[in-house]
Design a protein around this ligand. Structure first.
Ligand code: COS
Length: 381
């Protein structure tokens, strides 16, 4: 769907669109097959301002706002959802540090993320025993010799094997949400051990690893935000992150729909193009209508965010609806391709595999529903 865009938003969208079509889409199938991380593409994205779309220009960002970010994510995800997730987490870390970091942290880490020098950012919140229940995490950070020592295990860390900047959550106080703090850890830090790559169903060109912290020594200035503020930082970052995943879901849905329109117009059955059958048209019409709704939910959340208003509920609604739609749309795309949908000569099986995680990461659909209901009931007084 077409929104009325500002000049800046149109520029970011067009830049991302051209880059996605010319540079990202062509190798997507091969990267998926071989599990090749898009390092070179991320470097080029940094040059285009796509690793800090909503980050102040003072730290190398494009300072183009949350809507421009959503527009750019949709374009990149339409071409390759794996590349989009690495972009999303890098933007999320850059935004988080640019918002809550000290001036020195911003100068040191945000510029590394936006310039591509860090390759990517990573967000290390989840643990083997704490995913949805994020406040139950057990990694500990103890004060020692004016600095901190991290010990614990993290799980499902996107780009965790190559990120130059990793935001890590650890317990610095009592149990529960109030005892958590966030830290900035540099990739390759002594005591940071990178585990084996997860052999995932989808997003196979994005790397996902467990991380282990063993007596990992950090300087005193590694703390991001105040001590005990970590949980709120994580929730705020995830609110923004969910707009990113909603955008990624819209991108995958667009790709699934476009591939299906192409295929059903060409493929003939019973003497006419498959697209001439009403049952097929109804499926296409439903996906297109729901895609427009998902995009509008995403733009609404982004618009609230950039105008400084609360957007927690709207981000969860966009993520919930968009991620479930991407799964329905990719599933229908496979169905309408028949047997060809089930082989990797056509891209729709990849879209289905890539969509599957979207209802799980950055908060499952069930967590989104909890957040939406909590905000609804709170607003009702
Ligand atoms: N923004 C700012 N603050 C927030 C917030 C938000 N979106 N959501 C919660 N908080 C604050 C609360 O206001 C509360 O603060 P006070 O103690 O000062 O009142 C504090 O955080 C604890 O909130 P709450 O009691 O709601 O926390 P819960 O432990 O019940 O957790 C859910 C709430 C389930 C929503 C949260 O744990 C969550 O989002 N889990 C999913 C995590 C996730 O997405 N993981 C994927 C990781 S990335 S792949």
């Amino acid at each position: 769907m077409e929104l009325h865009l500002t000049e800046t938003q149109a520029l970011v969208r067009n830049t991302a669109r051209t880059f996605a079509r010319e540079r990202v889409a062509p190798g997507a199938r091969e990267r998926d097959r071989t599990g090749t991380f898009p390092a070179e593409l991320l470097r080029e994205m940094a040059e285009l301002g796509l690793l800090g779309v909503n980050v102040p220009a003072a730290y190398g960002g494009a300072e183009a706002g949350a809507t421009a970010y959503a527009l750019a994510m949709m374009e990149i995800a339409e071409a390759c959802a794996s590349t989009a997730v690495a972009m999303a987490v890098t933007n999320m870390c850059a935004e988080l540090i640019s918002k809550f970091g000290t001036e020195a942290q911003k100068q040191r880490y945000v510029t590394r993320l936006t310039s591509g020098a860090a390759v990517a950012g990573a967000f290390a919140l989840s643990e083997p025993q704490a995913g949805s229940d994020a406040s139950a995490l057990e990694t500990r950070a103890m004060r020692k010799d004016g600095g901190w020592v991290l010990d614990g295990a993290k799980q499902w860390i996107t780009s965790g094997d190559r990120a130059g900047v990793i935001v890590v959550w650890a317990r610095t106080g009592a149990g529960g949400a109030g005892g958590l703090s966030a830290f900035i850890v540099e990739g390759g830090a002594p005591g940071l051990l990178v585990g084996k790559h997860e052999d995932k169903m989808g997003l196979r060109a994005s790397s996902t690893v467990p991380l282990q912290f063993e007596d990992c020594r950090l300087k005193g200035d590694a703390l991001l935000g105040g001590e005990g503020e970590g949980f709120k930082l994580a929730m705020m970052a995830l609110d923004g992150g969910r707009i990113g995943i909603a955008s990624q879901a819209c991108g995958v849905t667009r790709a699934a729909l476009a591939a299906t329109v192409r295929y059903t117009r060409e493929r003939k059955a019973f003497g006419k193009p498959v697209a001439d059958f009403q049952a097929v048209r109804f499926m296409l019409a439903t996906i297109q209508t729901e895609l427009a709704a998902a995009e509008l939910l995403t733009f609404r959340a982004a618009n609230l965010k950039e105008s400084g208003r609360p957007f927690t509920r709207e981000a969860s609604m966009a993520k919930l609806f968009g991620s479930e739609l991407a799964n329905r749309a990719a599933d229908k795309a496979v169905q309408l391709h028949g047997g060809y949908g089930y082989i990797d000569e056509f891209p729709v099986e990849r879209y289905l595999r890539d969509a599957r995680v979207q209802t799980i990461y950055e908060g499952t659909s069930e967590i989104q529903r909890l957040v939406i209901a909590r905000e609804l009931l709170r607003a009702a007084g």
